[in-house]
Design a protein around this ligand. Sequence first.
Ligand code: GLC
Length: 408
Amino acid sequence: MELKKITQQVEGIMLKNRKQTNGHQYTIPSPDTYPYQWLWDSCFHAIILSHINLADAKEELLSLVMAQFENGMLPHMIYWERQEGPQFDHVNLLEWGREGMSTITQPPMLAYAAWRIFSQDQDLIFLHKLYRSLFHFYQYLLHQRDPHARHLVGIVNPDESGEDNSPRFDMLLDLPPRHKLEENYNRRKNLMVENQKCDFDAPFCMKNFFWVKDVPFNAILIENLRCLARIAEKVGRPYDAGYFLEKAEFIGKAMRRHMFEDGVFWSTYGDHFTKIKVKTWAMFAPLFSGTYTPAEVAVLVEEHLENEQEFATEFLLPTVSLDEPSFQAKGDLWRGPVWFAPNWFVFHGLRNFGFEKQAQRILDSTVGLLEKSGFREYYDPHTGEGLGARDFTWGGLVLDMLEGGKSK
Ligand code: GLC
């Protein structure tokens, strides 16, 4: 498919899924399944829109920060306009604790998305509008989610990883490798009930129920703190910039110290950083933040990415390694199928290390999946069959891959 045709299709989806509520503009991930605003989705939308219309990209981020909590947290969902009907139960029930929004967060892509927009038009007014929210959001993560200053940020529910039912979290939810989606959902809901009882006090008690230092979340945080430092310089706060850069470095070192073993970064749980050795795409996420060494990347690519027993499927990139007992090609959500956000992270990550051929394969797969099955939520890595939600926006990330992450 040529770029022009893909661009037209992406523009079509982004327009179809656009909403305006009380003067705020945002994009929903899928009209039939996800009719609200999501945190990391909106960051992806802003990156996509930065290739289409910068004003819309800015609106997407500005509407997102409207729901910021007093303590700086950004909720992973904003309801804006309530949609009723049994098909929306799965998302309506996520209004955990506060009216109109959720009480958990999602991977912190905001500074990265803001920087990508700014680097196209140098709009300082936009950065000034967003900076205070950015400052408090990242401070919230760095302090409330790392109360003992160990330099790794914790998530308090699997949903905060963005990979709701990933097998990385099975053991902590006391679930076997094969189980029903509903069981998984009920465990995650129980966690929220506990958290509600403790007033969503992350440093004090949320960590008693689920406390994971997730690899993608921390890798994404590192790259975002670097962007935040650049933003801080631009808005005339060099002291903040130095601080955020230093934090990024500390997190990289802590990832190596606590998560690295057998050539791979593993998510950990508990205060003693027990490693969760389940092979998912998360092992490739630190490519995005440049946290592996070039020599380690060569081994990682050969032993895992290009290994047909693990991640080398017909359509890249399965979210779970084929040799994991939890892997299912048509599994629900994050239990094996290909998703475009991981593809986007790994594409950019491989390019960071000069692995152009492997990055190109991921891009070719992404384009191939869009051609074969259209804009779906996720895809069977063997056949390319589209699964889950329809008219799902994340396929739009292909524009950013095709344009090579312009103005990075
Ligand atoms: C699913 C995904 C999550 C995403 C949401 C909205 O819950 O797991 O990452 O943010 O859908 O698209």
